[in-house]
Design a protein around this ligand. Sequence first.
Ligand SMILES: NC(=O)c1ccc[n+]([C@@H]2O[C@H](COP(=O)([O-])OP(=O)(O)OC[C@H]3O[C@@H](n4cnc5c(N)ncnc54)[C@H](O)[C@@H]3O)[C@@H](O)[C@H]2O)c1
Ligand SMILES: [Zn+2]
Ligand SMILES: [Zn+2]
Length: 373
Amino acid sequence: MWRFSQALGGSRRIIQSRLHSYFTIPKVQTGIIFNEFGGPLQYRRDLPVPKPRSNEVLINLKYSGVCHTDLHTWKGEIPFKTKLPLIAGHEGAGVVVDKGTDVKTFEIGDLAGVKHLMSSCMGCELCDAGHELNCAKAEIAGANRDGTFQQYVTVDALQAPHLPAKVDLASAAPMFCAGASVYKALKNSKTQTNQWVAIFGATGGLGTVATQYATSMGFRVVGIDGPGEERKQLFHSLGGEVFLDYTQVDSVPAAVKEATQGGAHSVLNLTASLPSYDQTVQCVRPLGTVVPVGIPPNSGLLKADIFQLVQESLSIKGSSSANRSDVREALDFFNRGLVKCPIKIVGLSELPTVLDNIEKGYANGRFVLDTSR
Ligand SMILES: NC(=O)c1ccc[n+]([C@@H]2O[C@H](COP(=O)([O-])OP(=O)(O)OC[C@H]3O[C@@H](n4cnc5c(N)ncnc54)[C@H](O)[C@@H]3O)[C@@H](O)[C@H]2O)c1
Ligand SMILES: [Zn+2]
Ligand SMILES: [Zn+2]
């Protein structure tokens, strides 16, 4: 028995070293870096390829989604602890091409994702309870650590989600922020089967996946976004039931109350719009839950009538990103074909145009960057 496992270990090592040599790891790589908030987004071909520490994998990223948070980060308009210079981006998918000596959960050649949280201490009270993102030592992709707008990235193997072989990596990439974040937010909303969830920003990057998750989880969706017929059609194609164009409707809360016969059981705000936040609490029915997810530029205050909160026993439950088990559950929906973000694939070099489009509200799903061009 001892000899057999020794022999097996030996052959595994040979396969690993062959795979390792199959992936030639360059010393430099292409990525987009900026030195100051709002400063030039430099497309560089001479960025160093990081080396994995003992607990890390090196992932050759093939695709990265672009989140509205990347726009906020670049403009310096959310109070994240952000390093400079910075390579932004926090939802990527690629191939494991190297790993540290302590990594037991990945083999070279496996497919993996990169999400917002890249590492945490895994020993504090918050980490123990599954709130690694709030750990004082959390390393966040595209904030206090370089992220996914590059071809190679290192990440704590424990925080790298596995992807099945032959998965479409471009479609998988948005699952690691947009998908996982809205799945967790919907769980936090405590909505039950057949109940209504109102989604502000229903045809944005987060909104398009939220509409699909909500439908798959058995909820009825009233989506708020706009302008235009194209967005309405997109929303319905994703399983949404009632679409409200906020640029056309006199009062969004009144229209939500009418459509849901008394107000939604929960409201997710997935926009970067402060005026839309002013309407969220008015859209829920008694005992409802409001889940703030989107962040307006430079943040802001959520208006809520105290009497209404008390009298109607309302809950406000902020929701940030997702932990490892949320990501695992969220990916399961994707792997079973229940959820797929509408994507537009463009070259990494086109990031400045993409950010401009996101700022103008033209996302209608996700822009996904192909790191090879
Ligand atoms: N908390 C989290 O975990 C988390 C994760 C990712 C992104 N975010 C934040 O969520 C927000 C959305 O991100 P995204 O990448 O989906 O952005 P996006 O630009 O792709 O989508 C935003 C959508 O909001 C819509 N919108 C704008 N004003 C509106 C209004 N008044 N009413 C209804 N809809 C309106 C836009 O038309 C757009 O479709 C950003 O602020 C981002 O920083 C939070
Ligand atoms: Zn994001
Ligand atoms: Zn911790």
